[in-house]
Design a protein around this ligand. Structure first.
Ligand code: TMP
Length: 237
């Protein structure tokens, strides 16, 4: 399958059409952004590491019965996916307090959240991806009540599968963001799952091994991603 016209250039991935109207190619670039795209840097190997990481995770989710847009890894930094109508909301599940939740509610970073929480954010860089709720999403036609219920149930299912997977590598899945789309009337997991869109800490030392290393200028960003990949068995070449 060959890349055709560029459909969309996101902050970290470019989306290309293919000769099949139902399939797209995602190209993972080395661009790394923070502050809703206001800070961008190139980090060597990031495109490859995230593509391999995402392919591995999507296949694990498929094996667990969760439908995803993943079709086939095409090269080190490209993946073939189903073409979907993406819903403009981000679904965030948290097992421990960190990031915007700590800033918003003054919680202590690392506080366990039982049961895990589910939040919705509206995808809009200009507005800074504001937090929204189901009522707003329904009224503003971002998603139906039924779609929101499915996204929430699937997000918790993803959490159950991935918490266990990371635990086997002595890692804590602190939180993560998912995006869903509609494919032939079904809600299907899209976008990517990589250390760019989740928080992962070492179980013992609580060392951050995700994009917070970039956001907080901690250094060794991709080395952190590779450490996680190695521990959960992602083939890196
Ligand atoms: P937050 O603490 O900034 O709200 O983020 C929660 C998790 O979701 C964290 O792992 C980062 C991820 N996330 C994104 O990847 N992109 C986004 O636009 C948002 C809002 C969160």
């Amino acid at each position: 399958m060959q890349k055709q016209q560029l459909l969309y250039k996101g902050k970290a991935k470019s989306v290309y059409e293919t000769e099949d109207n139902d399939l797209l190619i995602l190209h993972f670039r080395d661009d790394t952004s923070a502050l809703d795209g206001k800070r961008i840097e190139q980090l060597a190997r990031k495109g490859e590491v995230n593509n391999r990481f995402n392919s591995f995770i999507m296949q694990k989710l498929s094996e667990a019965g969760i439908e995803t847009h993943f079709e086939q890894q095409l090269s080190s930094d490209e993946v073939l996916v189903k073409r979907m109508d993406m819903l403009p909301v981000e679904c965030v599940v948290r097992n421990y307090a960190a990031g915007s939740l700590v800033r918003r509610l003054g919680l202590e970073e690392g506080q366990e959240l039982t049961p895990p929480t589910f939040e919705l954010f509206y995808k809009d860089d200009a507005l800074g991806d504001p937090m929204v709720n189901e009522s707003l999403a329904i009224t503003l036609d971002w998603a139906t009540e039924d779609q929101l219920a499915k996204m929430k149930a699937l997000s918790y299912q993803v959490n159950d599968v991935l918490k266990a997977l990371f635990d086997q590598g002595d890692l804590i899945l602190v939180d993560f963001k998912l995006e869903f789309g509609v494919f032939h009337d079904r809600i299907v997991l899209g976008d990517e799952f990589s250390p760019d869109g989740c928080r992962i800490w070492d179980k013992t030392t609580k060392k951050k091994l995700d994009k917070d290393r970039f956001r907080q200028s901690l250094g060794d960003v991709i080395e952190g991603y590779e450490e996680v990949a190695k521990r959960i068995g992602v083939p890196l070449d």
